[in-house]
Design a protein around this ligand. Sequence first.
Ligand SMILES: [Zn+2]
Length: 392
Amino acid sequence: MTTTAITNIAGLVTNDPALGDGSPLGLIENAAVVIDGETVAWVGPAAKAPAADTVFDAAGRAVIPGFVDSHSHLVFAGDRTAEFNARMSGRSYSAGGIRTTVAATRAATDAELEANLLRHLDEARRQGTTTFETKSGYGLTVADEARALRIAAAHTEEVTYLGAHIVSPDYAEDPAGYVDLVTGEMLTACAPYARWVDVFCEKGAFDGDQARAILTAGAAAGLIPRVHANQLSYGPGVQLAVELEAASADHCTHLTDADVDALAQAADTTVATLLPGAEFSTRAQWPDARRLIDAGATVALSTDCNPGSSYTSSMPFCIALAVRDMRMTPDEALWSATAGGARALRRSDVGTVTPGARADLALLDAPSHVHLAYRPGVPLVSAVWQRGVRAV
Ligand SMILES: [Zn+2]
């Protein structure tokens, strides 16, 4: 196995409180990392680094764990430029816009969908993302949902069955029939490709009882629940996520005190995943990250990359929004975009730079991770290692 030492790191974020300065970020100054094959072999002060086969000089810049983007929708075709343009001209967002993407996705070939997915994964990787979750939800037929998941599963281990994105237009007059399909034949066809089951629990999509039926059926098929919860309005999504021990409740924009309490009580089980790209792109109210963190909830940050409500693949952009508009500190935002995302995917091998972890790292053209929020919109990621291999 070949070893590589990354030396002369001004500030290394390990997310291991046992390392470095004792903070949650486990920050080490003047650090080095040694990679052995696909994993991190050693972390510590550069002066004490063991010899390695090759040396990469970080030249006084910062190294962070690769971002863990735990929520995206990347199997789709077409775009929604016209809808965005209209919305920015004063029309409010409704879940119905998803139908535009459903029509384009159904009409696309497998090759077109895969090429589009790969283009977005590459775009995200260039911005430091090394672990991707992605969902179905733009097919809404048995064949189209299974196809989306099969394509996704070829490129990421974190695949989510979201047949319950909206009620299929084919079942507009029979939503109960669509829930039967999602919990029956469609689930059977999709479960082999997926790790997770998700539902859009929202007015205009699926109510609490429907969401419960969908998540319970998914769990019975071996999938772990996650929930699109409380994005556009108050509702039962967060409480349902906590009750069913979902890995995450995603969005969490409209929360009652009881919702916040529930997420705080479930901090070891259900992560509150905040997706500020959606609020940015729809000019909506920001999720209150400060309220959740102060209550004791575990918070992750993710892009929600999708062609309708958040067409960004940039975790650095989400970090900047979280710091500027959601009252997170730069340290909290970095943790939530790395270790927080890993928690939301129930992964312990990513989101940290600690011996034994997967060697997923991003080098910043900056001396500190704080620059991700301090210098918004600047392409600071200058190198990425994925499973120990230079990917960017
Ligand atoms: Zn989403």
